[in-house]
Ligand binder design. Sequence first.
Ligand SMILES: [Zn+2]
Length: 265
Amino acid sequence: MIDSLQQLSNAPLPFQGLVVFTFGLLVGSFANVCIYRMPQEKSVVFPGSHCTSCQTPIRLFDNIPILSYLILGGKCRHCKAGISWIYPFIELITAVLLTAGFFQFGWSWKFAIFFILGPALVIITAIDIEHRIIPNLITLPGMLFGLAGGIYLEGLWPSVIGFISGAGLFLFIGEVYYRLRGEIGMGMGDVKYIAGAGALLGWQKTFLVIFIAAFLGSIVGLVGMLDQRLNGMSQIPFGPFLAAGTLVAFFWGDELIFLYLRSMM
Ligand SMILES: [Zn+2]
């Protein structure tokens, strides 16, 4: 494994990117399995993939990311039921994210961490949009992962303070919202999520994540209210905005905070 990685890192850069992209498609295929099964609390390993309509197991040849979807014309080989375009889209977006991470971070620990983080953000976004939850199956290991990765990348105290300040701030906002509106505005999934992301990014970038998420959420909320389709902010899942903020902070957080601090002087 290490040997073949070393060999790969000597290959031309576009080829390395292509290998990461191809591997990313496979990771995206696994992300689809997680998105579909985690909310139902089914195992993500067994049994193998099967058609959600006729339950026929999908053979390996029909389970090639994107290609099989195109070859089969977006239909199950057996029952011809339509397969959602979401599946190849998830595969593509996961592969694009991981490839972008590779070109940004190279063969580094930061890339290794992003190899877990990136797909997790895709899974969280899809599940939160569909089910309005961020499953414990992701957030609980995510908090440990965030602490381990954050202590390595940011140092012990920035990571621990990120964990506490992120969770504390969300609990506080949730409490205020509840007292003002009498309804729950901040889910515990969001609290656990920001604890993990805060630990991974350190406290400064945790505030950047919250700022970006609130900004994006307000824009979408405003458009939604003007559009009359959404009745206030409470119907919009916050996870996708948190995921977007986390992505920006992980890629460019240090630069953005540097620019912000310089503009203050
Ligand atoms: Zn079928």
